[in-house]
Design a protein around this ligand. Structure first.
Ligand SMILES: *Cc1c(COP(=O)(O)O)cnc(C)c1O
Length: 416
């Protein structure tokens, strides 16, 4: 893996969204030192910032390619639309799942050709459908008759995937999607008939087991349901379907290996007799979560007996909206620059039960409670790892704290 990820390094450094920007090479353990150097040299104003480690992106692509090579990734842009991340993924061969005109524009602006985009929003605004047609994005999803009507009107040549609600609904997902999207089993045949009548081209099936899924077996249920839709289409005399889209729901680490262990035998069991099948996937969290680290500054402090309360300059209305919207469990470590800790991360110091508040004047803006932290001071930093999925992408500028303005510094760690 070492030499493969090293070869990917050259590709990433020349990627759109990366080339021309400063990328700092890091030793394996160098992230903390890199953040300290940013803090001392470039952060007089002590604004929060991200570090995006492109070496982690390379390692994730490498992992995907070795573990699930048959399921071509279409990265879900909504998860994190940071340009250097998108550009690196594009250069490494990933395709893209876009859900809106702006996301399509963003991906095209990186030089990605429109045939590498799936417009995977089952309910689209008409003007966005018209735009997709005008730029040659020719693959989309639907799960209602009304959507077929809009597509027939604005983009009748578009290839379609019928989005189904996966049979095994309980995937233990942090963010289930089944209540909003996916045709029910009894709706499939009427929808296929409606497409047939409208002379629309349904080329395959897509499903999504839910984001942050913990029960990888759910992929098997989705794949089994998809097979029955392929059979329903054949029964109606439609041209043989050729695309199976197994969606997102992947998390890097052991859960990904579990997912692959569920997916591969299911594909074998249900789809080995489909000779022209293309399998695609829409991972978001898998690629975006672990490469990003967030550094926030402690801008306020209050002592109440044994309790320590801190205010930081990013919160629930910013990057840390993931606590509410993505049901994320977060951790942080201090990066103390003013405290008298014996070592940079205050390891081994006495700790206090601490509350960490975000910066807005809303009591809801509380990031952590009952968290053990050493005694920290105003001006110290708190660092949050694994902060790339559904974080900055969904932040606001409530109370004047603008999430979109948070800088991202690029690094490349050699993980071999
Ligand atoms: C959000 C979304 C994804 C990405 O999901 P993850 O769980 O982050 O992998 C993929 N496809 C569709 C249609 C989505 O809405």
């Amino acid at each position: 893996m070492g030499s493969i990820t090293r070869n990917l390094q050259g590709v990433i450094l020349g990627a759109p969204g990366v080339t021309g920007k400063r990328v700092t090479a890091l030793p394996k353990t160098g992230l903390t030192d890199f953040m300290r150097s940013i803090i001392s040299k470039e952060q007089e104003t002590k604004e929060p910032f991200y570090v995006l480690d492109l070496g982690v992106v390379a390692a994730l692509i490498d992992k995907w390619t070795r573990t699930l090579p048959m399921a071509r990734p279409f990265y879900a842009v909504k998860c994190n639309p940071e340009r250097a991340l998108l550009g690196s993924l594009a250069a490494l061969g990933s395709n893209f799942d876009c859900a809106s005109q702006a996301e399509i524009e963003l991906v095209l602006s990186l030089g990605v050709s429109p045939d590498r985009i799936v417009y995977a929003n089952p309910c689209k605004q008409e003007s966005h459908i018209k735009y997709a047609a005008s730029v040659g994005v020719n693959l989309t999803t639907f799960d209602s008759k009304e959507e077929l009507d809009k597509i027939q009107k604005w983009h009748p040549k578009c290839a379609l995937l019928i989005r189904i609600k996966a049979a095994l609904e309980d995937s233990g997902a942090r963010c289930p999607l089944g209540s909003k999207y996916g045709a029910l089993p009894e709706e499939v045949t009427p929808l296929l008939e409606a497409a047939q009548t409208a002379r629309l081209n349904v080329v395959g099936v897509s499903f999504h087991i839910g984001s942050g899924a913990t029960y990888s077996q759910a992929y098997e249920g989705g794949i089994a349901s998809a097979k029955s839709v392929f059979e329903a289409a054949a029964h109606l005399g439609m041209p043989r379907m050729t695309i199976l889209n197994i969606g997102g729901g992947f998390t890097a680490g052991s859960l990904f290996d579990e997912a692959a262990t569920a997916i591969k035998p299911a594909l074998q069991a249900y789809f080995s007799n489909e000779p022209d099948l293309t399998i695609i996937s829409e991972p978001g969290r898998f690629f975006a979560e672990s490469p990003f680290t967030l550094a926030t500054n402690i801008i306020g402090k209050r002592v109440r007996g044994e309790l320590r309360e801190y205010w930081i300059n990013d919160g629930i209305y910013g990057s840390l909206n993931c606590i509410l919207n993505d049901h994320a469990t977060i951790t942080c470590t201090p990066l103390a620059c003013n405290s008298n800790c014996a070592n940079p991360m205050c390891k081994g110091e006495r700790s206090y039960s601490s509350t960490v508040f975000g910066p807005t004047c809303d009591a809801l803006d509380t990031v952590l409670t009952g968290h053990q932290l050493p005694e920290l001071q105003v001006g110290d930093w708190l660092v949050f790892p694994n902060m790339g999925a559904y974080t900055a992408a969904a932040g606001s500028s409530f109370n004047g704290f603008n999430t979109a303005a948070i800088l991202t510094y690029l690094a490349y760690s050699n993980l071999s």
